[in-house]
Design a protein around this ligand. Structure first.
Ligand code: ASP
Length: 352
């Protein structure tokens, strides 16, 4: 029989060390459901504050016994396709050069499989491409031109993702960058309020779900930091940074300053804190504290020594308990559970 690369590596490792691959005690511990994790009677879907339609769609599909990953992806596709959401997919704010570059990742609890795309141009639904990377390749992350070629191979159309609205916002930003250039600065009247709201609250959509069988999945999709340096990749497509799922424990996703999550592998850490028995809210706040402790660069600190940026987390555990946490001032998340759909407040580590 021909050995594929994975089984060859696995067999040669075992032969080389003479070790039992999985110690019995470890296997027993991990074969059991996470502590207190009875099967939930009802699915639970959580999402960032822009995920009202997302949670509704995902719940509708879960009630029809859809796979939890298919459900959350179908949910975020609504926002990716919406030109009015300037932080995700079609209509997202472009990079410094005026080009929309999208990042997304997906993770499927039952198979512990993941897929992602970064710096993807011209494709409205990066989350769907991430799912195909997961399902149709042995890789986890495709970027740039390779990701776009891959998407085209799978029938996706390349389109112009820059809407008039996003172009105008970007142009205002460019015109007002400096007084020492030849662009005449204009007052940011049109869309000014939206830019302010975006800067304070960030964008991106994350959605995680627990289905009625106790299986978890999650997706994070974004146009990333507006006006980023072309080629910049945020946390959203990096498994463990902007999304993480462990089917034994829970799922977590994030919005906000991606660089902080990249340096702290934050969503992995949220799930690890839940594994240690912390509630979803406490796990999220503990990671906010970790980020604050690790923030040393003076340009990222307020006078009082607090981070001058925000990051928000959304988490659900295997029991269907959910929660969120922010570094600054708290936030809101959409939750759809047995009691219906709710916009839920979550706490911040610091109030400013
Ligand atoms: N986390 C996203 C990124 O850094 C942006 C955001 O949520 O505002 O790309």
């Amino acid at each position: 029989m021909k050995l594929n690369r994975r089984s060859f590596l696995k067999n040669s490792l075992i032969a080389g060390t003479g070790l039992t691959l999985v110690p019995e005690a470890w296997r027993k511990l991990h074969a059991e459901p996470a502590k207190g994790s009875a099967k939930p009677a009802h699915p639970v879907v959580i999402s960032s504050a822009n995920g009202k339609r997302t949670t509704a769609r995902a719940m509708e599909l879960l009630k029809q016994s859809a796979d939890p990953l298919d459900a959350v992806i179908a949910g975020v596709n609504i926002v990716e396709n919406d030109p009015e959401d300037i932080t995700v997919g079609y209509g997202g704010l472009p990079n410094e050069a005026g080009v929309v570059q999208l990042d997304a990742s997906v993770m499927h609890g039952p198979t512990h499989n993941a897929g992602a795309v970064a710096c993807l141009e011209g494709i409205k639904n990066p989350s769907k491409v991430a799912q195909i990377v997961m399902e149709r390749t042995d890789h986890v992350l495709l970027v740039g031109k390779g990701a776009q070629d891959f998407a085209r191979m799978h029938g996706f159309k390349v389109e112009d993702l820059l809407t008039d609205k996003a172009r105008k916002i970007w142009l205002r930003w460019k015109e007002n960058l400096s007084k020492d250039d030849d662009w005449l600065s204009t007052e940011v009247k049109e869309y000014g309020e939206e830019i302010r709201i975006y800067r304070e609250n960030h964008g991106t959509i994350n959605c995680c779900a627990l289905d009625a069988n106790g299986d978890l999945a999650g997706v994070t999709t974004t146009s990333g930091l507006p006006y980023k340096i072309p080629g910049r990749v945020g946390d959203s497509p990096i498994i463990g940074a902007g999304l993480y799922v462990d089917n034994q424990v829970g799922a977590a996703g994030s919005t906000g300053r991606g660089e902080a999550n990249l340096k702290n592998l934050s969503c992995f850490l949220v799930v690890e804190f839940m594994r240690q028995g912390k509630s979803p809210t406490d796990a999220c706040l503990e990671v906010c504290q970790r980020i604050a402790d690790h923030t040393k660069l003076s340009y990222l600190l307020k006078k009082e020594g607090l981070p001058n940026f925000n990051v928000k987390f959304y988490a659900v555990n295997k029991k269907g308990e959910y929660g969120g946490g922010a570094i600054l001032n708290g936030g809101k998340m959409w939750v759809y559970d047995a009691t219906g759909q709710h916009l839920v407040d979550f706490p911040g580590l610091f109030k400013v």
